[in-house]
Ligand binder design. Structure first.
Ligand code: PRX
Length: 634
């Protein structure tokens, strides 16, 4: 088990050590794991090329570190608690022994479908236990999983499956989400029409609904598992062999296939999980994220299971059957650590006090938030009403690309401040730079958040596109990893994340590239051009505001056209990318080089009339027209 920091002086000491001697610091933590062969070199790196390798030459399998390493002590301990969407359905529990057996069986299914080390497996599943089993089965045989969030459309799935050339798809007949049923198999069928790499589709039976079926291509999960044994030797991998790809939005149109490798990700997800949440053996930990995003990968699946934790996964949504659902789950399973998003907190807060007023959750010890800045009001509500004034809140800042938490309080160890992610974890060396790349030293500074030294969980590349990796993270400021976020460091050295500095909008904690949404809007036959920006939204953090230029601006309010644009975006990407506000305009404010002045559009959306210098616009008059129209928009 990885070492745990338990005092503030312990943190300061570990932090100093991790900066003075990162090699010694991380190799000591890596020693806690089971390696078939020790590494030849702890770290090789260069942020200029860039290239990062951790524990190179080390041989291991991450599932041996989840299962074999714990098996004697934890065979009968519950590893995974699955809480279904409908509270009247019975929850399921898997001990480490049972989960291991399921993983090995499914590893054999994958092998029987000719999946081998290095092959890519696309997984488009709702929050059912088979999702965890499928991921770990891939890891068992050295296949690279690529989980696609079950809210994505056929078009978005196809784009991701094709980019990764996935050999196999794993999906389900359908999925439950509140009182809705998602037709996952239909969506996958549509997506796979254009994906030639996929050779079979393995389907979990969840909703029992009728689905179209293609013999010798579609296979029921339960039938396939019946045909195989539950013994499956682990494929032994190099520490730098890929573990998974996870697609995320960037500032240009195409999603980025963020690649994480085996050894470093293992060490980093386990270390950060144990320390940030102060997990102790026997605790019940509940992360309410979706496994389709990095939070679920690192802090529902890998981090907790590597540390022998009991991890709760929830199929449904916080408002079903009523807004007290999270509290019911916490009470039912005696949850000790609870981790969710600021959007979930704000939406539950907006539902009113009655759902939380008389709720007692004595088991709760730690609360966490992730994915977006948390405003002070939501922080206090979470602290006072959910945590009963006794649970520290860990506001965890990190990214798909960082693999694990980077800046965060360590629960009960680092004092918290509302809306501050606080201090860097050991091993993390943040720097703040101005737009010219000058490092802003000292306290009370604000600028672009970069990291100057590698940590084991850093993404190694973007699948199939190392150039874009360089361009996205290392070209802005020489020798530094640029996060894309703005940040403020206060007089205590505490970090407050201000939000994205690039063309990415963080909507309810989901990262969406403006270019991706614009491309989808522009597909509409009546649209000639569009510009999308984020604007402050009470619940979602940021809402999506689309300025749309049409061939003919509708003479009425244009509701019909707006709906059809929104439908198009849902179809191309996902309902989460639907614009909240659409404003039809004659033209967009552009510079002489044809660049859209988003700064002005942001100000208009915020009703802030200080537009700055507009003299470089080719069409300055358009600003007044847009302002007038924006004032009338509901
Ligand atoms: O802008 C930051 C925001 O979410 C971005 C990363 O998004 P994603 O890769 O989808 O990962 C989300 C889950 C780790 C960051 O660049 N973000 C994440 N955590 C916080 C945050 N913003 C403010 N405070 C946080 N705690």
């Amino acid at each position: 088990m990885v070492p745990k920091i338990s005092t503030l002086s312990g943190y300061l000491h570990e932090y100093q050590k991790s900066v003075a001697n990162p090699i010694g610091f991380w190799s000591n933590i890596a020693e806690s794991f089971h390696w078939r062969k020790k590494w030849d070199e702890v770290l090789k790196w260069d942020f200029n090329s860039p290239n990062v390798e951790w524990f190179k030459g080390g041989k291991l399998n991450i599932t041996e570190n989840i299962f074999e390493r714990h098996l004697f002590s934890r065979y009968d301990q519950v590893a995974l608690v699955w809480e279904p969407n409908d509270p009247s359905e019975k929850h399921r529990e898997y001990t480490y022994g049972e989960l291991f057996s399921e993983v090995k069986s499914f590893a054999n299914v994958l092998r029987s479908h000719a999946v081998r080390k290095g092959d890519r497996v696309a997984i488009y599943l709702p929050m059912v236990p088979e999702l965890v089993i499928a991921m770990l089965a891939c890891a068992r045989i050295g296949a690279i999983h690529s989980v696609i969030f079950a809210g994505f459309s056929a078009n978005a799935i196809a784009e991701r499956v094709e980019d990764a050339s996935a050999k196999i798809m794993i999906t389900s007949d359908g999925g439950y989400r509140g009182n809705k049923i998602l037709n996952l198999k239909d969506t996958v069928d549509e997506a796979l029409k254009s994906c030639t790499s996929v050779q079979s589709n393995i389907v979990v039976k969840r909703t029992n609904q009728d689905v179209a079926w293609k013999n010798d291509f579609d296979y029921w999960w339960h039938d396939e598992v019946d045909k195989v044994m539950d013994e499956a030797p682990a494929e032994i991998l190099d520490a730098e062999d890929p573990l998974f790809i996870l697609y995320t939005s960037g500032s240009t149109g195409k999603p980025k296939g963020v690649l994480h490798t085996t050894g470093g990700y293992m060490v980093y997800s386990a270390y950060t999980f144990k320390n940030v949440f102060q997990y102790s053996s026997g605790d019940i930990y509940f992360c309410a994220a979706d496994i389709g995003w990095i939070t679920g990968h690192s802090y529902i699946v890998y981090g907790p299971l590597l540390e022998g934790a009991t991890t709760v996964m929830f199929e449904g949504i916080p408002s079903f059957p009523n807004p007290g659902r999270y509290w019911d789950i916490i009470k039912k399973h005696d949850v000790n650590q609870f981790y969710t998003s600021p959007t979930a907190i704000r939406s539950l807060m907006a539902e009113g006090q009655q759902w939380i007023e008389d709720v007692e959750m004595p088991s709760l010890r730690v609360l966490g938030t992730v994915g977006e800045p948390i405003n002070e009001e939501a922080w206090h509500w979470y602290h006072d009403h959910v945590g009963g004034n006794k649970c520290p809140i860990v506001d965890t800042w990190w990214q798909t690309e960082t693999g694990g938490i980077m800046i965060s309080p360590i629960a009960g160890v680092i004092p918290t401040k509302p809306a501050f992610a606080s201090l860097p974890l050991p091993g993390i060396q943040p720097v703040i730079v101005d737009n010219e790349g000058n490092k802003l030293c000292g306290k009370s500074v604000e600028g672009n958040l970069c990291v100057q030294f590698p940590w084991p969980g850093i993404a190694r590349t973007l699948w199939g596109d190392h150039e874009r990796y360089i361009d996205s993270y290392f070209n802005q400021y020489k020798g530094l990893y640029f996060t894309g976020d703005g940040v403020k460091r206060d007089e205590d050295g505490y970090y407050r994340i201000l939000g994205r500095m690039d063309d990415v909008i963080n909507v309810s904690g989901h990262r969406l590239g403006t270019a991706e949404i614009e491309n989808a809007i522009n597909e509409h036959p009546l649209v000639s051009e569009s510009a999308v920006i984020g604007y402050p939204h009470e619940i979602k953090g940021k809402g999506i505001y689309a300025y749309v230029v049409c061939n003919d601006i509708p003479s009425d309010s244009g509701e019909e056209l707006k709906n059809s644009i929104r439908k198009g975006v849902s179809k191309m990407i996902s309902p989460i990318a639907r614009p909240d506000k659409i404003l039809f305009v004659q033209d967009l404010p552009k510079t002489r080089s044809g660049k859209i002045m988003r700064r002005i559009l942001r100000k208009i959306a915020e009703h802030n009339e200080d537009y700055g210098d507009t003299s470089t616009l080719t069409n300055p008059d358009i600003v007044n027209d847009i302002v007038k129209a924006a004032k009338l928009l509901k």
